[in-house]
Design a protein. Structure first.
Length: 118
């Protein structure tokens, strides 16, 4: 079973920055960040594949940057120019190990809270 360890959440003021990290126990096909606020659906923030393909939600383009260190099975989410509406619990997601079939169950991290005050 893949394990994910997240870190980096916290409380910041609007306009400030935070960096989240997520380390997987093995190499993953696609790692990403999603976020959720109470009463709303979990939504995509950004994903990155083992080959370096990146996808961002429109709401974070130009402000957030996802990157990876494949040697450490770790991804980072650099969040700049944070807004109060970025406040959410951020979850790391792993779709499957690189050796696994597409039917492998995806795995979620425990979540890390990001709070942006106005």
């Amino acid at each position: 079973q893949v394990r994910l360890v997240e870190s980096g959440g916290g409380l910041v003021q609007a306009g400030e920055s935070l960096r989240l990290s997520c380390t997987a126990s093995e190499r993953i096909n696609r790692l990403g960040w999603y976020r959720q606020v109470p009463g709303k659906q979990r939504e995509l923030v950004a994903t990155i594949t083992s080959g370096g393909r990146i996808n961002y939600a429109d709401s974070v383009k130009g402000r957030f940057t996802i990157s990876s260190d494949n040697a450490k099975n770790t991804i980072y989410l650099q969040m700049n120019s944070l807004k109060p509406e970025d406040t959410a619990v951020y979850y790391c997601n792993a779709d499957r190990p690189v050796w696994a079939a597409p039917s492998y169950f995806e795995v979620w991290g425990q979540g890390t809270l990001v709070t942006v005050s106005s």
